[in-house]
Design a protein around this ligand. Structure first.
Ligand code: ADP
Ligand code: MN
Length: 495
């Protein structure tokens, strides 16, 4: 079709009611926007990031990548100069401090506030200054009421700051701009409809990419890992879940001698779209390890906390000798670990693999063992244990996905454990393992507690009573009940 031809005018016939309907209006609006911003992202097949070919649809990312290339060349040049000047001389000078890319500090982040910086929360709008209830300030003839034109105008100007951040308001306060209520209201109206419009566009953009990959910032982070040599190639996506996207990569060279990067890695990217994480609050909010931090954090940091939690939990498991991925590195919300599987093929989940009855039995006893180790040695409850989060590899079961794992004394820790036991027990009983304990027996075997109730409801009630008792104990004595640890000591706390 000729691009200069007359536009295709499709006449839509519909009733007046339809025309009036807001739904239709919205659809038409969306259609129009679709036409104006066609989706360009046709994701190419093949390696995801190799260092050479990379999606460059974001100008910002492109600029950052070019800067990185430039910095690298600049550093190489410095090194050459250094060598030339020093020659064979016994005394040498170093240009180290003039380098742009510092290998161990390659993401001293420009654009991100980091962990420790909790004073400033960019998500919270400043409180507008209020006029006292009585409605006026000052005395005698200097009195100004809240309706004062000048004060009101300034206040309106200040309020503009509360519009969406993309909405350019300029430095109204600096100029001592005074907006009348009428102008302010018109602006407000405009700002809101702009916000809604851009939110819709934004949403679309996000959905189109979240499926296949990740946002530009994360891509840059991944690119840095490849560029820095830590990873050889990121080959592609293994899994896109609600809360994370997992990629496969071939390992590269470590910057430090003592650390070995596994030949194949899994990269778990915790999604930075927040919706899915909201309902996970209860795992982390009540976890005393994160208590002091939670209240001060903004959503992005909370997501990084999930990644951090997964790292700590995996490390504990590794130390106890439980088969699980080994942590390679954590960068913000991206966790790199060893890959369970071979030649880009991830090990199958327990739910997808058909085991001989002998292997099935073996797997069961191994899991029973791992659950006990996890509880006693790692002081952890998996909290999402099921055939979905256990992989079968090398003739044994590997535990993964431990970002939500908590300590047994977590206010809901025992309930989580009971749920885990139910999943495991049901899976193996259905799978024909006659020796498999039922969920209540399994719970006692793992926790070392001795809850005697012989039906589910009473059992659950006793668990909740125990949790409550522990909470009260913590409230009153500042420490946990000793029954939770096998040797009477309070649980080890190693962070
Ligand atoms: P989610 O919270 O999205 O379920 P998981 O950690 O369970 O995240 O990872 C999702 C999937 O990615 C897993 O079911 C598994 O198939 C794969 N996966 C995750 N980590 C690894 C790993 N280290 N090695 C191989 N495959 C992995
Ligand atoms: Mn999972």
């Amino acid at each position: 079709q000729c691009p200069w031809g007359a536009p295709n005018t499709t006449s839509i016939s519909c009733s007046l009611a339809d025309v009036m309907s807001e739904q239709l209006a919205k659809e038409l609006q969306l259609e129009e926007e679709n036409a104006a911003f066609p989706e360009v992202v046709a994701v190419a097949e093949g390696p995801f990031i190799t260092g050479e070919d990379i999606d460059t649809s974001s100008d910002l990312m492109l600029a950052q990548m070019l800067q990185m290339e430039f910095d690298r060349e600049y550093d190489a040049q410095l090194r050459r100069e250094e060598r030339k000047i020093n020659g064979d001389s016994k005394v040498s000078i170093s240009f180290e401090n003039f380098r742009k890319v510092h290998p161990y500090d390659s993401d001293s982040s420009e654009d991100e506030v980091d962990w420790q910086d909790t004073r400033h929360d960019p998500y919270r709008a400043d409180k507008p200054t209020t006029t006292p209830r009585k409605g006026f300030i000052g005395k005698g003839k200097d009195i100004t009421t809240k309706h004062d034109e000048v004060v009101c105008g300034r206040k309106n100007t200040a309020r503009m700051e509360n519009f969406a951040p993309e909405f350019q308001v300029g430095d109204g306060i600096g100029m001592d701009l005074k907006l009348s209520n009428q102008v302010f209201n018109a602006l407000k109206q405009h700002a809101y409809s702009e916000e809604r419009r851009s939110a819709r566009l934004h949403e679309k953009k996000e959905h189109s990419t979240a499926e296949k990959a990740v946002d530009p910032k994360t891509r840059l982070l991944l690119y840095k890992m490849v560029n820095g040599g830590m990873l050889e190639t990121i080959t592609g996506c293994i899994s896109t879940g609600k809360e994370s996207v997992v990629f496969h990569a071939y390992g590269g060279q470590s910057a430090t001698e003592d650390k070995v990067i596994p030949p194949e890695c899994a990269i778990k990217v915790f999604k930075t779209t927040l919706n899915e994480f909201k309902n996970r609050d209860k795992y982390i909010k009540d976890d005393y390890r994160f208590k002091d931090r939670f209240s001060k954090l903004n959503p992005r940091k909370i997501i990084r906390m999930w990644a951090e939690k997964e790292m700590h939990n995996l490390t504990r498991m590794q130390d106890a000798g439980i088969p699980c991925p080994q942590v390679v590195i954590l960068k913000k919300h991206v966790l790199v670990m060893s890959f369970i599987g071979q030649d880009q093929v991830p090990a199958p989940k327990l739910k997808d693999v058909t085991l001989s009855s002998e292997d099935m039995k073996k797997a069961y006893y191994q899991i029973l063992n791992m659950m006990q180790q996890l509880y006693k040695e790692c002081n952890l409850v998996h909290a999402d244990l099921s055939e979905y989060n256990m992989l079968w590899h090398d003739g044994k079961v590997w535990l993964i996905d431990v970002s939500q794992s908590v300590e047994p004394t977590h206010p809901h820790g025992l309930e989580f454990l009971f749920r885990d036991c139910r999943n495991v027990s049901q899976f193996f009983q259905k799978g024909g393992v006659a020796e498999a304990l039922n969920e209540r027996e399994l719970f006692n075997a793992v926790s070392g507690l001795n809850i005697t109730a012989d039906n589910e409801v009473d059992f659950q009630a006793e668990i909740e009573a125990l949790e409550k008792m522990n909470e009260d104990h913590v409230q009153n004595h500042g420490k946990k009940l000793s029954m939770f640890s096998s040797d009477g000591d309070p649980p080890i706390y190693d962070e």
